[in-house]
Design a protein around this ligand. Structure first.
Ligand code: XBP
Ligand code: MG
Length: 255
């Protein structure tokens, strides 16, 4: 088993529960700001999350609306306007510290840094959204702590395509087994798996029940060592957070 070189972090749902109270709220604010009566409630947004990428999600929803323009050029213009407006509102929400990092995330990032394991971001969200979230929690120089930051704009195909993971491996100059991905969703897990990167799934609110295949571990979040499959040893502290050694143990068992 090669030495672990990098932990590759997904953003939405994994670093923070950004979807229900962040992106969804901001999409609704954008609809309102653009004079549209459309709103996405929590349940509808959960369905729409099957479509990765905010613009792609808008297109998917608008395609099914009878009250939307039939003209593809006009639709694309509207999607661009709504998405840009949504991202401004999203930056306001997270910039005010409105969405916390998930439990155990900051600690695992710090532990990796202290033990010489690099950190990377591999996400389908826009770069401005990653910047807004991490600036609020890690400070304006947050990017210095990450060896690679790959966002939605950097790829032609978003997750579940493996493109972002393959590119991260290339930029880090490592093989897939020198990395571990942390994801929250089936699409994210699939992207990592197709790239050959072992993946730990820390389920988020919207994917609490979703079927996930091929992960080296699946559990309720990095803040607890309880409730994971495979189960973690009951020491050092059963109630404590997931540690790098736990992730390494899953990796040894999973290969
Ligand atoms: C989640 C996504 C994103 C966000 C919205 O990305 O699919 O589209 O929902 O962000 P990940 P944008 O879990 O890979 O971080 O509007 O910027 O796309
Ligand atoms: Mg995610």
């Amino acid at each position: 088993m090669p030495r672990l070189d990098a932990l590759l972090w997904d953003v939405d749902g994994t670093l923070a529960e950004t979807e229900r109270d962040g992106h969804r709220v901001a999409f609704n604010q954008a609809f309102e700001a653009c004079g549209l009566p459309w709103r996405w409630d929590e349940a509808r947004y959960g369905e729409l999350l099957r479509v990765t990428g905010g613009k792609e999600r808008l297109h998917h929803d608008i395609d099914a609306r009878a009250d939307a323009s039939r003209d593809p050029v006009e639709r694309a213009r509207l999607v661009d306007e709504l998405h840009a407006t949504k991202n401004v509102f999203y930056a306001e929400i997270v910039g005010q510290g409105g969405i916390a990092l998930r439990k155990g995330v900051r600690e695992l990032i710090d532990e990796c840094r202290d033990r010489g394991v690099r950190a990377g971001i591999v996400t389908t969200t826009s770069r401005s959204n990653v910047d807004a979230l991490l600036r609020a929690h890690l400070g304006e120089r947050w990017a210095g702590g990450f060896a690679v930051v790959l966002c939605g704009e950097d790829v032609a195909h978003k997750k579940p395509s493996p493109e972002a993971y393959l590119r991260a491996l290339r930029e880090l100059r490592i093989g897939p087994l020198q990395a571990i991905a942390i994801e929250d969703s089936p699409a994210g897990a699939t992207a990592a798996r197709i790239a050959g990167v072992p993946v730990v799934v820390a389920r988020s609110a919207y994917f609490a029940e979703a079927a996930v295949e091929g992960a080296i571990a699946v559990g309720p979040g990095l803040g607890t060592r309880e409730g994971w499959t495979p189960a973690l040893r009951r020491e050092p502290a059963p109630a404590g957070r997931v540690r790098l050694d736990d992730v390494l143990a899953w990796r040894s068992r999973g290969q």
